[in-house]
Design a protein around this ligand. Structure first.
Ligand code: PMT
Length: 401
């Protein structure tokens, strides 16, 4: 069953240029099974017509507090009670300010006062308006009252400015909506996850690294956040954004990752080492760019700390999950690392197979404990991550009981 199946969503649209994206948002929420009813402010109608939103939502659009027909049945109270969540997207500086002040001067602001449903706000405005002290204070006030603040995103704006203030993309809003209703089975857990590659400097312009894109580790972080965990993600340099809701610690080298992992591990319940960490670093990093002088050159390499093994040797260690990226004898090498590094579980990744592993959107894993093994079949890394997180939790609970 889809997570948004039969969920009742009131989508409040206020008057910003991003309103043009809302028919697509309604369509995508409905595709996930939600029943969507749209409420528009007067400003919103300058950007998009109620008729369009009625057509895509399949429900009448509400836009007036003083609609004699709707109010015969106390329309605004009925809508306020109907909603499982009110999502305001785009949320302009004006609607944010009015809700923060508790005003009830149109249907949307009145609904926010009259509802007991959770409210999510997707800010969308010029970057200067977003940074204005008043907007920041109003948004903080709403967050303190328990409103969910989804965004804003950063980038080029309709007015030509560049910066924070863009409404999150439709994809991101749909993901946040389904995350909101997902089963929070990791509530009270703190997951520490490493992801991406590390870079070991040779000189100021060159480094040793690998093909890790961070996609697998970031998908695990997202799946854990979605399941309600507090997540700290220690990441090497990657080109993808961190999942909303996790604390991102950016590092470059294996030694930096080691330092951060040891710092956060004692307060974590689960450690997932998905990063592709360089086993060696250059012994003497050149302070200036190395010039070509001979046909061959040698670099002396020294061993890096083994991060996952060092965390596993802590007295107050979390539940330990490693990865093993292998090109041959996958099970044999993975089981060896499980024992040698003193882990609870290891996810073996056959990276010799095409279409999975490093830098692919898809993956397949085999999860080994000391006594059993479970296959996670080839699928998009987001699906693999959901499956893996749930399996890790089952082993974690079994160990605790
Ligand atoms: O990032 P993507 O492009 O999505 O690709 C995902 C992935 C292939 C990188 C990922 O699925 C994966 O397999 N990660 C582990 C890669 C790896 O370095 O494996 P390893 O077999 O060399 O290391 C074994 C374990 O020890 C790993 O948990 C690793 O994080 C850890 N390790 C290794 C060396 C070191 N110095 N410290 C460590 O903690």
């Amino acid at each position: 069953m889809q997570i948004l199946q039969d969920k009742k969503i009131v989508l409040g649209i206020s008057g910003g240029i991003a309103a043009y994206k809302t028919p697509e948002l309604v369509r995508r929420l409905k595709e996930q099974g939600a029943d969507v009813r749209v409420v528009m402010t007067e400003g919103a109608k300058a950007f998009i017509t109620p008729l369009t939103l009625q057509a895509v939502s399949g429900n009448p659009v509400s836009d007036s507090l003083l609609d004699t027909q709707a109010e015969l049945a106390m329309g605004h109270i009925e809508l306020a009670k109907w909603a499982d969540i009110i999502i305001i997207a785009p949320a302009t500086a004006d609607i944010i300010a009015r809700i923060a002040c508790g005003m009830a001067n149109d249907l949307l602001s009145t609904l926010c006062l009259a509802t007991t449903a959770p409210i999510a706000i997707a800010p969308a405005m010029n970057q200067q308006m977003w940074h204005a002290k008043a907007t920041q204070e109003n948004t903080e006030k709403l967050a303190e009252r328990g409103c969910h603040i989804w965004g804003p995103g950063s980038g080029e704006q309709a007015c030509g400015d560049v910066g924070l203030g863009r409404m999150l993309e439709v994809d991101e809003l749909v993901t946040l909506s389904s995350d909101f209703f997902a089963d929070k089975y990791l509530d009270n857990q703190h997951w520490l996850i490493t992801a991406g590659p590390t870079r070991e400097a040779i000189d100021p312009v060159r480094y040793i690294s690998n093909h890790s894109s961070g996609k697998m580790g970031y998908a695990i972080a997202h799946a854990a956040v979605r399941a309600g965990a507090k997540v700290t993600l220690i990441s090497g340099p990657v080109a993808i954004p961190a999942p909303a809701g996790c604390k991102l610690i950016s590092v470059n080298s294996a030694e930096e990752m080691h330092q951060q992992a040891l710092k956060f591990a004692p307060s974590s319940t689960t450690f997932v080492a998905c990063a592709a960490v360089a086993d060696y670093r250059v012994a003497n990093v050149a302070s200036q760019k190395i010039k070509k002088s001979k046909d061959a050159m040698q670099l002396e390499l020294v061993r890096n700390h083994d991060i996952v093994a060092d965390v596993a040797s802590l007295e107050n260690k979390p539940f330990m999950v490693g990865f093993a990226a292998e090109t041959q004898n996958v099970e044999h090498y993975a089981r060896g690392k499980l024992m040698r590094k003193n882990l609870d579980l290891i996810a073996a990744n056959d990276v010799a197979k095409a279409g999975q592993g490093f830098n692919s959107d898809n993956n397949a894993l085999t999860l080994f404990s000391a006594i059993d093994k479970t296959e996670i079949p080839l699928a998009n890394k987001k699906i693999v991550a959901n499956h893996l997180v749930s399996l890790i939790n089952q082993h974690f609970l079994a160990k605790k009981s």
